[in-house]
Design a protein around this ligand. Sequence first.
Ligand code: SAH
Length: 258
Amino acid sequence: MSNENKTIYDFDFSLICEYFAQVERQGPGSPETTRKALSFIDNLTEKSHIADIGCGTGGQTITLAQHISGEITALDLFPDFIQIFNRNAEQQGFHNRMKGIVGSMTDALPFEKESLDLLWSEGAIYNIGFERGLNEWRQYLKTGGCIAVSEVSWFTDERPDEINDFWMANYPGIDTIPNKVAQMQKAGYIPIATFVIPETCWTECFFAPCHQAQEDFLKKYPGNKTVEDLIYNQRREEVLYNKYKAFYGYVFYIGKKI
Ligand code: SAH
């Protein structure tokens, strides 16, 4: 199989974890964007229950904890990320109301039905698929509770083959913003807000911190094919983003359960 056809799932997970554990965020986003998405959500109190699905090491969860009261339970597939998450929560003094647990978003989630006031997921719902995630996670929200997810989306109805093929190979669930909003409505939510996250969330907050991590990783594992492939793919994604960012980006979708 050539590098061209490899997805990130083909690589050794522990190396992927080690690589991404070096950076604060594992996907495009920023504290400002998290706060902006949060500004559309009201009625949260210290009694609120919040879930953060696919939390990674918790970059966005810390921002949530800083700006809302209530208890946050965050879930990620990788124990290494959860270990870092819980260490950071402790260091920042949020361990009383912010807890990371290991689990898969594709299994039944460890929450009571109709128990959550807010369900958050930044740069991670693609792992279950946008539509499936919205449909399956709805049962855990109270009526009137909100969901906020960020998801890669097309900006235009048509785009060059090179970028279309890349995303079809990596995430065929990618779609246009109006189609995603329609999917949200169909899943039983009022779409209350949608906004495109700024380019700097990719360039400055995601790609740039990865540059040093890439150099360090190549030095640490000289000649390691898995590492070389991982970094090749990372760099390719960055090149493609810079070339085609007029055609796609990350979009926040915020909905209220009806
Ligand atoms: N929300 C974080 C991480 C986004 S990267 C941020 O924005 O920085 C996507 C995350 O989804 C990774 O941390 C990855 O470990 C996690 N993930 C992948 N598959 C998953 C699954 N099946 N269940 C839970 N988490 C998963």
